[in-house]
Design a protein around this ligand. Structure first.
Ligand SMILES: CC(C)(COP(=O)(O)OP(=O)(O)OC[C@H]1O[C@@H](n2cnc3c(N)ncnc32)[C@H](O)[C@@H]1OP(=O)(O)O)[C@@H](O)C(=O)NCCC(=O)NCCS
Length: 195
């Protein structure tokens, strides 16, 4: 049961510091202008706006439709391909290495809502953030979800539609919800019973 007092608090302004709200708002308004501009020109403009708002970005291709929260907590290395409509919530920080391939509509969520107390709205209970790290040369399929605190090891492959909530070892190929190891790169495809 949600109490009246708690209900009164469930506004955007009461849950986000005003300075962060203004900074975030300015970013969203400016990034929104370039968000859907087609590649390749749009990729450069998206990179420029992220950089303006404190993201640690090298040159990478950022396809249209990308959504970013907290760009000042986001790092993207060089020569990555981030395909259309990816979603990066960098509240808890996101670090993406070099030569990372990411399929369209992939989500990286470095935070979660606190929901311990069933008596007050989840919206007012705050958030917990944990850094997500994607090391170099990782291939992430389309429609993947990567949750808070996950580290994806160098050279790993994540199958399309996977839900990754635990660390992925280097060179592991993982699939499914929750993601499980299919095999390791360099191993023959039938070494785990697959052909
Ligand atoms: C994960 C992936 C790389 C594996 O490719 P593969 O080694 O050729 O795998 P196979 O097709 O031989 O499948 C092996 C097993 O994994 C399963 N599998 C493969 N991909 C899967 C996926 N995304 N989710 C769940 N299971 C998957 C297969 O069903 C099969 O299971 P089985 O042996 O029990 O029948 C590939 O399926 C994939 O998802 N690629 C991502 C493509 C993409 O999104 N590209 C975006 C463009 S940037």
């Amino acid at each position: 049961m949600i109490s009246k007092d708690a209900d009164r608090d469930s506004t955007l302004f009461s849950t986000v510091p005003v300075s962060a709200f203004i900074r975030q708002g300015l970013f969203h308004n400016l990034f929104g202008i370039v968000k859907f501009l087609p590649s390749p020109v749009g990729d450069f403009l998206r990179l420029a706006v992220l950089w303006l708002f404190g993201a640690d970005v090298k040159f990478s291709w950022l396809r249209d439709g990308l959504t970013v929260y907290y760009p000042w907590r986001l790092a993207i290395g060089k020569n990555c391909w981030i395909n259309e409509y990816c979603h990066f919530n960098a509240y808890g920080r996101i670090r993406i290495g070099n030569f990372v391939l990411m399929g369209h509509r992939t989500t990286i969520m470095s935070d979660d809502h606190v929901f311990d107390d069933p008596g007050i709205p989840i919206l007012t209970q705050g958030r917990v953030g944990k850094e997500v790290i994607i090391e170099d040369d990782v291939f992430i399929g389309s429609n993947v979800f990567i949750g808070k605190g996950v580290r994806v090891g160098r050279g790993a492959v994540i199958g399309s539609g996977s839900v990754v909530i635990k660390d992925v070892e280097p060179n592991a190929i993982v699939v499914g919800n929750p993601a499980r190891v299919l095999r390791y790169r360099g191993q023959p495809a039938d070494s785990h019973g697959h052909s």
